[in-house]
Design a protein. Structure first.
Length: 123
């Protein structure tokens, strides 16, 4: 998986300059961390496809996330819960917005997004 995020080492997946400029203008907030990666998503009963996406995650510390994951709740927290709580935006390379609720229904896609988010936690 190739990941690119501001302030972290990684290799970009090669987005166009026009898209890069549009994304940069959206990610000036210090409360978010922009990341680009290939997201694998279920496209049919037997098939998965990968496409480049850009995500904006809320800035969070490891202790904040651990506290949220471990606090009492009626059920266990899942990758889906983490994605819905900490992802503020998810877009395809062409700029079209993806519905987080739909993407997070795919457990593998939610796990991948959660993994990218967790790699970008502040200590």
């Amino acid at each position: 998986m190739q990941i690119s995020s501001s302030g972290h080492q990684g290799r970009s997946i090669g987005v166009s300059t026009e898209y890069e400029a549009a994304w940069s203008s959206r990610s000036t907030d210090d409360d978010t961390v922009p990341c680009r990666f290939n997201l694998h998503f279920q496209t049919g009963e037997k098939y998965r496809a990968a496409f480049p996406v850009s995500a904006l995650f809320r800035v969070a510390s490891r202790s904040e996330v651990n506290q949220w994951l471990l606090e009492s709740s009626p059920s266990f927290r899942t990758d889906r819960d983490l994605v819905l709580r900490y992802t503020t935006d998810l877009r395809r390379e062409n700029g079209s917005r993806l519905r987080l609720e739909d993407i997070a229904e795919d457990a593998r896609a939610a796990a991948m997004i959660a993994a990218v988010f967790l790699q970008n936690l502040r200590d």
